[in-house]
Design a protein around this ligand. Structure first.
Ligand SMILES: NC(=O)c1ccc[n+]([C@@H]2O[C@H](COP(=O)([O-])OP(=O)(O)OC[C@H]3O[C@@H](n4cnc5c(N)ncnc54)[C@H](OP(=O)(O)O)[C@@H]3O)[C@@H](O)[C@H]2O)c1
Length: 297
């Protein structure tokens, strides 16, 4: 944790004594976020899928500050598990949630008829928000979702909303993020306190060999190269934290790194462009399709 990043955050956000849940807290970016928040004296609820890793992280957070830190285990493939998480969160007065749960380099797999990447990155993320906001007490809680610059590589196809008929993993992933961004945009437009941010590019566990998403050479040659070129997760985490600031963020704006192709550097406010939003027919058809899918599974 670099002092200069903490100083940067200290000048921009005030989270002291505020309760903030970090979803995907044991991930590369999520664990950095949890540590910054603990340094900044927030009460942090760490949420992840692996209990052992959550306990390790909690112990680490306790060495930073003896403040309250709670953990909860969730599997974002399962609606039941998400319901249990919401029930747990309902016992707190939550100021904000930073959701970093996501997958990228995983093989194509189906869970309840849905592609796993689509289910985790998009559909169940949307399900989480919809269910969470059903409780009136959470009306003002800010949810910050993690988008990705890869959203620009794809456009949404209503007849192939999961992007299954294209053999391109980046576009497939980009499609899930584009849809998540579109739905977050829709919720914000309708008065919910939902914001978007993106970390640029960082060589994290998202590209870990354990996911078996790519051929061996990718992990041997490309990943080490990426580690040299791209930002470390402790810097990539900054845009998501900056979205906690109190200023009014206009629709179509999100935080991300300001450097080359918005993949690198300190964060600033930027514009995103999802062209489907400007086509009212297509926009409402996509929302209807997602809402219809929310009734399934
Ligand atoms: N790294 C990049 O260049 C980049 C760029 C754009 C956007 N993003 C987004 O940034 C976010 C954080 O990713 P990261 O780079 O920090 O990678 P990461 O370390 O793999 O973090 C992803 C997190 O999602 C959790 N997760 C995955 N499947 C889950 C499930 N079924 N249930 C609950 N949790 C689950 C992981 O749990 P475990 O800790 O147990 O693995 C991990 O905590 C993701 O949304 C990613 O799409 C990353």
């Amino acid at each position: 944790m670099k002092a200069k990043y903490l100083k940067f955050l200290n000048q921009k956000i005030n989270v002291e004594n505020k309760t903030i849940a970090v979803l995907g807290a044991t991930g590369s970016i999520g664990s950095s976020i949890s540590k910054y928040l603990t340094y900044l004296k927030a009460n942090v609820i760490i949420v992840g899928q692996n209990e052992g890793n959550l306990i390790k992280l909690k112990e680490e957070l306790l060495t930073i500050s003896p403040a309250n830190s709670h953990y909860f285990v969730v599997d974002f493939k399962s609606r039941q598990s998400i319901n249990e998480l919401i029930k747990y969160l309902n016992s707190f007065k939550i100021y904000a949630i930073i959701n970093t749960i996501g997958v990228y380099h995983i093989p194509l797999r189906f869970v309840n008829g849905y592609d796993e990447t689509y289910l985790i990155n998009m559909l169940n993320n949307v399900y989480f928000m919809r269910e969470f906001y059903k409780d009136e007490r959470h009306k003002k809680t800010k949810i910050i979702n993690t988008g990705s610059i890869s959203y620009c590589y794809s456009s949404i196809k209503l007849d192939d909303i999961q992007y299954l008929n294209k053999n391109n993993k980046t576009k497939h992933y980009g499609n899930t993020k584009r849809l998540l961004m579109l739905y977050s945009h829709y919720l914000k437009e309708n008065g919910y306190n939902v914001e978007l941010a993106h970390p640029g590019i960082s060589t994290t566990n998202l590209f870990n060999k354990k996911h078996n998403g790519y051929a061996n050479f990718f992990y041997v040659l490309i990943v080490p190269l990426m580690k040299i070129i791209f930002m470390k997760p402790d810097k990539a985490a900054l845009p998501l934290l900056l979205a906690l600031n109190e200023s009014n963020i206009e629709l179509n704006n999100w935080y991300g790194p300001k450097g080359i192709f918005h993949s690198w550097g300190y964060p600033n406010l930027q514009k995103y462009k999802i062209k489907e939003v400007n086509d009212s027919n297509l926009y409402s058809n996509i929302i209807n399709e997602i809402d219809r899918e929310l009734l399934n599974v």
